[in-house]
Design a protein around this ligand. Structure first.
Ligand SMILES: C[S@@+](CC[C@H](N)C(=O)[O-])C[C@H]1O[C@@H](n2cnc3c(N)ncnc32)[C@H](O)[C@@H]1O
Length: 198
């Protein structure tokens, strides 16, 4: 695998995330870095997209896409999203960021608070023992650990799978609807499983 493997697949992951969240109106990207995904989503789907990052060092100076859609990049700790009201997002995304976050449990709980009932979270990260480990030698999660973190934060119908030749972990979960509401999510899955995509 080439050392620029992750740079090569990044646009493909953005498109994949875009397809998943395209019907969401309000999207929050936690650990947005240089706001590339935020810009892509705002430009492709005209969504109301907000990125937060604990550092604004990579933020772009321009905050609108070539198509004129506006987006927001805010310097915030994703564990404390005071600016975001309860249930104010339809989808939350964390791409290549959870492993860097000091308090992943608090961050996922905060994402859960901000998501509307029935809203969905996507966590895309490097799994342990992947190419990323050789390149950057950071601490990465096992799929089972992300599965547990999502469930502990209150997400349901959690699914964790390995994609892109098992070099990327793709996790999703729903914030369940209010008590007495309909079953959460469109698929009605009850069991969690870790899958490897062929
Ligand atoms: C590897 S970068 C990924 C950036 C971007 N999501 C991407 O796909 O290129 C991880 C980012 O997480 C941010 N981060 C780490 N801890 C954070 C926290 N507690 N709250 C918000 N952002 C955080 C870092 O500042 C960094 O920009």
């Amino acid at each position: 695998m080439p050392d620029n493997f992750y740079e090569q697949i990044k646009p493909r992951l953005h498109r994949r995330i875009g397809r998943e969240v395209r019907v969401a109106h309000r999207v929050l990207d936690v650990g947005c870095g240089s706001c590339d995904l935020v810009r892509y989503l705002a430009g492709s789907y005209g969504q109301d997209v907000t990125g937060v990052d604990i550092s604004d060092g990579s933020f772009p100076s321009r905050r609108h896409t070539a198509e004129g859609s506006h987006y927001h990049c805010l310097k915030r700790d994703a564990a404390h999203l005071g600016f975001a009201k309860d249930e104010s997002a339809d989808a939350v995304v964390a791409m290549w960021a959870l492993h860097e976050m000091a308090k992943p449990g608090e961050i996922l709980q905060e994402a859960h608070r901000v998501l509307r009932p029935g809203g969905e979270i996507f966590v895309v990260d490097f799994p342990r023992d992947s190419l990323a480990q050789r390149l950057w030698n950071e601490d990465y999660y096992q799929p089972s650990e992300v599965d547990a973190l999502l469930r502990e934060a209150g997400f349901e119908q959690v699914q964790v799978r390995l994609i892109e030749r098992e070099q990327v972990m793709w996790a999703r979960g729903y914030r369940p609807p209010m008590a007495g509401g309909e079953r959460s999510g469109p698929h009605g899955r009850k069991h969690t499983k870790t899958e490897v995509e062929e």
